[in-house]
Design a binder for this molecule. Structure first.
Ligand SMILES: [Fe+2]
Length: 246
């Protein structure tokens, strides 16, 4: 099976469309989504419908998705994030809300696991350090775990009992080969709001049989997304952040 690996779409339909176009060209068999379909962007409903149409989708919920249903999450959100969740709540159909509510908090499959933040706290903690890698290591089985949340495309790996290594993906098309005896935590980066100073949509392809992960970046029609954000009254801060990729 060849899996598309996606995270942090954040209601950016133009970025999602560009990523899906590339993934269709690559003939993926199934889709993995590591959470945060909504928040920040102008098109929650269009993004929910597009995700809902994908074949063999395995999705987990992100903190922004969760906050659609539990406003207690707002206490650590910025005002911009809160406004964009309220905007999403108003603009999502009942069908799409039900679809997002159906996402699991974490997923444990035969060959890979998924969680948005970390297994210790799926909706708050970030998985970014060697220490966090080790604290999560016994929380999933199998060779690879895919995460989202930080919007940074990276790979953490640990061979046998050695210290974990962390590498941020740079470049727009990078393939790594997974080796026996090594376990991995991989973040495919963010489709709709990258934060690694690269404003192109970020996602990946996991080839289960070849044991490879390919990280891809594609440009998208950002001006249209920004125009929609301005028209729908979303903050300039969020709009400018797309351009900066930060
Ligand atoms: Fe996010």
């Amino acid at each position: 099976m060849k899996y598309a690996v996606m995270a942090d779409i954040h209601s950016n339909y133009e970025a999602l469309s560009a990523a899906l176009k590339k993934l269709r060209e690559l003939n993926v068999d199934a889709y993995i989504f590591c959470g945060d379909l909504v928040g920040y962007g102008p098109d929650p409903e269009l993004c929910a419908r597009a995700l809902g149409k994908l074949k063999n989708l395995i999705a987990v919920m992100g903190n922004h998705d969760k906050s659609l249903f539990e406003h207690s999450f707002f206490y650590w959100f910025s005002d911009f994030a809160i406004d964009s969740i309220k905007f999403a709540n108003k603009n999502l159909s009942d069908k799409s809300l039900k679809f997002i509510k159906s996402f699991a908090e974490q997923y444990h499959g035969k060959d890979f696991a998924l969680v948005h933040g970390s297994f210790l706290n799926p909706f708050r903690d970030y998985l970014l350090s060697s220490e966090q890698f080790l604290l999560n290591l016994d929380k999933w089985s199998g060779q690879v775990c895919f995460v989202g949340h930080s919007h940074i495309p990276f790979i953490m790996s640990r061979k046998d009992n050695l210290s974990p290594r962390i590498n941020v993906f740079t470049g727009s098309d990078v393939t790594i080969k997974m080796t026996t005896g090594t376990r991995y935590i991989i973040n495919p980066g963010s489709i709709g709001q990258p934060r690694d100073a690269n404003n192109m949509a970020s996602f990946g392809v996991f080839d289960e049989r070849q044991r490879t992960f390919r990280l891809l970046r594609v440009p998208y029609d950002m001006e249209t997304t920004q125009r929609k954000m301005a028209k729908k009254g979303l903050s300039d801060v969020l709009l400018n952040r797309l351009k900066a990729g930060s």
